[in-house]
Design a protein around this ligand. Structure first.
Ligand SMILES: Nc1ncnc2c1ncn2[C@@H]1O[C@H](COP(=O)(O)OP(=O)(O)O)[C@@H](O)[C@H]1O
Ligand SMILES: [Mg+2]
Length: 249
């Protein structure tokens, strides 16, 4: 079953091996239905593959044609703009964790989200983060690493409001830091562009907080040109956030 141009609306698979393995995951489904779903909206298939028990995605209830029924996961990220800083710190930690999980957490695939925005992230009343729009993404089979250049892809930073990525580069490496870069750049940084809240999710830290280290690491995650590993920075930022949040519990 060929997938034309490796493209399913805004959802893309990196190569034929990924397409083949993706389809094999749904062997139990009727082939005609599968073909229709893939061409109309691949999101429910991704929600099956990246199950809500392990990934920050909504619980899938069912789907038919264009309609997808899923758990309501809360309000858009910007609805917590004026929440207590420590609550926003807890959310920031989950955003980074989720970026790691989509990159490393599945046994067979990596999913790179290509439409990360505050509207596509829901926050529940108890501050659980869910990525609600998986319709835009790039899927790569981990075993494709043998077909592409090994090593990890470093996303070249853009200045200020500009943001972009190259599908060829993301697909051309065994691992890309795309998800981590996107979370740092589009959501956490003080320079996070519209439609993110002004000065990023961690705006207006409390005066008693000594978080110079935290903000430096976040900006390094966005702007570093020294090709330091954004995965290491991501782990470090999470650790700093954990330490800060633990102190106020
Ligand atoms: N599971 C969900 N829980 C809470 N809000 C959701 C959920 N799914 C979608 N939304 C809300 O609906 C909006 C549109 O849904 P989305 O899947 O992003 O569609 P589109 O492809 O039109 O962007 C989202 O921006 C989000 O605010
Ligand atoms: Mg959306």
């Amino acid at each position: 079953m060929p997938i034309r141009d490796n493209t399913i609306e805004d959802f893309q698979v990196c190569n034929n091996l990924t397409a083949l393995h993706f389809l094999q995951e749904f062997n139990g489904k009727n082939r005609k239905n599968l073909w229709t779903i893939i061409n109309i909206n691949a999101e429910p298939l991704l929600l099956e593959l990246f199950n809500h028990k392990y990934f920050a995605v909504p619980r899938l209830i069912g789907y038919c044609g264009r309609a997808v029924i899923e758990q309501h996961s809360g309000n858009p990220l910007n609805s917590i703009e004026n929440f207590d800083w420590y609550k926003r710190a807890k959310v920031a930690k989950q955003l980074l964790k989720a970026a790691e999980q989509f990159t490393f957490g599945h046994a067979k695939f990596r999913l790179y989200l290509t439409d990360i925005s505050p509207d596509n992230i829901a926050i529940s009343d108890d501050l659980v983060v869910t990525f609600v729009d998986l319709g835009h993404g790039i899927l790569i089979d981990k075993s494709s690493a043998i077909l592409v250049i090994s090593g990890s892809h470093y996303t070249e930073p853009f200045n200020d409001d500009e943001y972009g990525f190259s599908r060829q580069e993301v697909c051309g490496s065994a691992i890309s830091d795309h998800n981590v870069y996107a979370v740092c750049k589009l959501l956490l940084s003080v320079t996070a562009p519209w439609p993110m809240m002004r000065n990023g999710l961690l705006h207006s830290p409390p005066p008693e907080l000594n978080a110079k280290d935290l903000f430096e690491h976040i900006e390094q995650c966005v702007y570093t040109t020294e090709k330091v590993s954004r995965f290491k920075l991501c782990a470090k930022i999470q650790q700093i956030l954990d330490d800060i949040v633990v102190q106020v519990l």
